[in-house]
Write a protein that binds this ligand. Structure first.
Ligand code: SAM
Length: 253
């Protein structure tokens, strides 16, 4: 699972930047709840994850593990308690391809990933927990988030990095394959909204496709070559991505 990789990289190299504060938003509350729990109750998260991980690894065969996976998936879909975040991480580890996907009712519906054994990297989780202590996390629609920054009087001073859902590289790809949640992301509306943010500097990363070039054509364009894109923990490939921005960056990346 490669969540918030840009944030982690920035925080790891904080001395190279002049930013005073980091504020993160994603409409997917599971991701944001994970960061918030990591930030404030790492031990709670770890203790619960250890129990679930041990139980999974102790089960005799894949049939039993599969049953346990679906039990946890049901619990995850039917609770609002903070334990949900431990279930979320477990499901990301054991679900098919480590992806997050919801059905039209907003329920997580990824099938079992048939893993014999899982190993959660607690050192890394603890490291991230320490790293994000000064980051603020929000889970809302991007327009609401910009309104929040405006109400705090920091929108104009902010540098905004956006990583919206990817457009298909091939226009024939079914749009549904790209959905992370039950909501469809309207790229045209997003572009309109960004064009209205006249005073903030921003960057948007996007797949390199005809569609992306058409929809995002009003911005400055840069190419990020040879980027490693991770689809799932086993599948990474080199790909070219585009960066669109409302200011001139001095070179391609
Ligand atoms: C390409 S992923 C980026 C993931 C993230 N940068 C990371 O490293 O985990 C696109 C993200 O956009 C979020 N998203 C989709 N629609 C959104 C909206 N209307 N407002 C805010 N975030 C949204 C999705 O939940 C998803 O996590």
């Amino acid at each position: 699972m490669v969540l918030g990789i840009v944030l982690i990289n920035l925080l790891n190299n904080i001395e190279n930047f002049k930013f005073k504060k980091f504020i993160v938003n994603d409409i997917n509350s599971n991701i944001i709840n994970l960061y918030n729990l990591l930030k404030s109750e790492y031990n709670y998260l770890k203790n619960n994850l250890v129990k679930i991980e041990k139980k999974y690894n102790s089960l005799q065969d894949l049939k039993e593990k599969e049953k346990y996976y679906y039990e946890i998936r049901d619990k995850f879909n039917n609770t609002d308690n903070k334990i949900r975040t431990a279930y979320f991480l477990f499901l990301m580890k054991t679900g098919f391809n480590g992806v997050y996907r919801e059905n039209k009712n907003g329920k997580f519906n990824v099938p079992f990933g048939k893993k014999e054994y899982i190993k959660i990297d607690y050192n890394n989780l603890e490291y991230i927990s320490k790293l994000i202590q000064n980051v603020e996390f929000y889970s809302m629609e991007y327009k609401e988030f910009f309104a929040l920054l405006k109400s705090k009087n920091i929108l104009k001073k902010s540098f905004i990095y956006c990583d919206p859902p990817y457009l298909p590289e091939d226009e024939i790809v079914n749009q549904k394959q790209l959905l992370y949640t039950k909501e469809i992301f309207d790229h045209e509306e997003f572009v309109e909204c960004m064009l209205e943010l006249k005073y903030s500097k921003y960057m948007i990363s996007m797949t390199d496709s005809k569609l992306a070039n058409r929809i995002y054509g009003k911005f400055e364009k840069y190419t990020a070559r040879e980027l490693m894109r991770t689809i799932n923990p086993k599948k990474s490939f080199k790909s070219t991505e585009l960066i669109f921005s409302n200011y001139k960056i001095d070179r391609n990346i």
